[in-house]
Unconditional design. Structure first.
Length: 145
């Protein structure tokens, strides 16, 4: 999410290099690169190769849900194996009180994540790399937004 917020702070269509994402959000470059490849496969960002290359957000921040981002990186949310798309061979399947409880919790979490967007998160997020610049950096950040 942090890397996507870095992209979302720029004007639509801007290309942002992974070095810049890493620096602003204090995310290890190799980790950010792996995450962004998952986001490319999910169609949330575009990878631009070559000179001036980097990543571009493909939609508006208000159209990107937290659920879409999490599932792009981690796969479908399943609190227990019995709630995954591939049903396990479990002698308790279908009659287990815990499965019902986990299903309720999972549904509530997914509901919150599907209603929360990148734009919502950006309202309160201050990038670590910009916050450490002191008042001058904060003013520059406020002017961009």
């Amino acid at each position: 999410m942090l890397g996507l917020m870095c992209l979302a702070r720029r004007p639509a269509g801007s290309v942002v290099m992974i070095d810049e994402v890493s620096r602003e959000e204090h995310i290890p470059k190799s980790f950010a690169a792996k995450i962004f490849q998952s986001l490319v496969r999910a169609g949330l960002v575009k990878s631009n190769r070559g000179t001036g290359g980097g990543f571009t957000l493909l939609t508006t921040p208000s159209d990107v849900t937290v659920l879409a981002v999490i599932e792009a990186i981690e796969g479908k949310i399943a609190f227990q194996r019995c709630l995954s798309e591939e049903k396990p061979k479990c002698e308790h399947f279908g009659g287990c009180a815990l499965c019902g409880l986990f299903e309720q919790a999972q549904d509530r979490v997914k509901d919150v994540f599907s209603r929360t967007t990148l734009a919502d998160l950006m309202k309160t997020h201050v990038p670590v790399g910009l916050a450490h610049r002191g008042a001058r950096g904060k003013q520059a950040f406020e002017l961009k937004n």
